[in-house]
Design a protein around this ligand. Structure first.
Ligand code: HH2
Length: 296
């Protein structure tokens, strides 16, 4: 991320067989996010949470000031800036890699000025026509995500003929749009948008056939963390979906996802490291590995 583009922010794990991945820790500075709304609304609470996630092994922090949960109300740009900019400034000031989760160019501009180097736009540059040009000029990296409709209404009877090919075609078109606006292709990540205008079956199909999205040739970001489809399967509340979250992320890793947006960083890191090591047949001692004291 940042200076050298997307590849630079994916920590390297060594030899050619190894799987590189990055963990994006979620810092929601909102009163209404679906799993942690209101918990980190104060600047110092949010900063402390971000530092905790870095300690658990997050490679990048995704800071958001507007909930995108189904039915959420939009937040004015000034209020979103008030929530996120001081948090971005402090965490970037610590040296953390920071992503701003916003659809609004004014918020992205303020966050990048405060030290963010990655713009996570769940509208894939559709909400704000100036976002693509800003990202291009700023040299930030970005995530373009698929969403059917708007957060307010997206879960009302979403329909596709073939969800995977439609999401893939959308992401390809948005990538072409971003590149035409001047964004370097190497700075673009793609995300199928789990839970954004999708039924349980759509989400499962996207995870199962994620390799088709990966075939677009850009790093794929996946955001399954604590989402409703995991609750539908396990019967558990959002705060109690960590095991389901790890399982879905493990499947996504095996299908080629490389960036994992999660609330539960430590648990997800363990799951993905064991999966990556198992697939590679060895476990390299690298900067990514937290545990140095194992005896077996
Ligand atoms: N999911 C959420 C928000 N931003 N960004 C990307 N790229 N991919 C995702 O899947 C994604 C995202 C929703 O999760 P959360 O931030 O926990 O909740 P809320 O939107 O209610 O704040």
């Amino acid at each position: 991320m940042g200076g050298d583009g997307a590849e630079a922010f994916l920590p390297l794990m060594g030899g050619q067989q190894e799987i590189s991945f990055a963990l994006m820790g979620v810092v929601n500075v909102t009163p209404d996010s679906f799993s942690d709304g209101g918990r980190f609304l104060g600047v110092q609470d949010a900063v402390a949470h971000g530092r905790r996630l870095i300690g658990e092994g997050a490679d990048i922090l995704d800071i958001g000031g507007e909930s995108t949960r189904p039915g959420a109300d939009p937040v004015p740009a000034a209020q979103e800036c008030e929530r996120v900019v001081p948090v971005v400034a402090e965490l970037a000031g610590d040296g953390a890699d920071v992503s701003i989760d916003t659809m609004k160019v004014a918020v992205a501009q303020a966050a990048v000025a405060a030290g963010a180097r990655y713009v996570n736009d769940v509208s894939a540059f559709r909400h704000d026509p100036e976002m693509a040009a800003f990202v291009a000029d700023s040299g930030a990296s970005c995530c373009l995500m698929h969403m059917l409709g708007q957060p307010k209404s997206m879960q009302r009877d979403p329909r596709y003929d073939d969800v995977v090919s439609e999401v893939k075609a959308f992401l390809e078109a948005r990538m072409e749009f971003a590149v035409a606006a001047g964004v370097e292709e190497k700075r673009i990540h793609l995300d199928p948008g789990i839970g954004f205008g999708k039924t349980l079956e759509h989400n499962l199909e996207l995870l199962r056939r994620l390799d088709e999205i990966v075939a677009l040739g850009r790093p794929v970001v996946i955001g399954v963390s604590r989402k409703a489809f995991i609750g539908r399967i396990t019967g558990r509340e959002a705060s109690d979906r960590v095991f389901g979250t790890v399982a879905a992320n493990v499947v996504a890793l095996t299908r080629g996802a490389r960036v994992f947006r999660v609330h539960d960083v430590a648990a997800t890191r363990d799951g993905l490291e064991v999966t990556a090591a198992t697939l590679a047949g060895r476990w390299p001692q690298t900067t990514m590995s937290r545990s140095t004291t194992t005896t077996s």
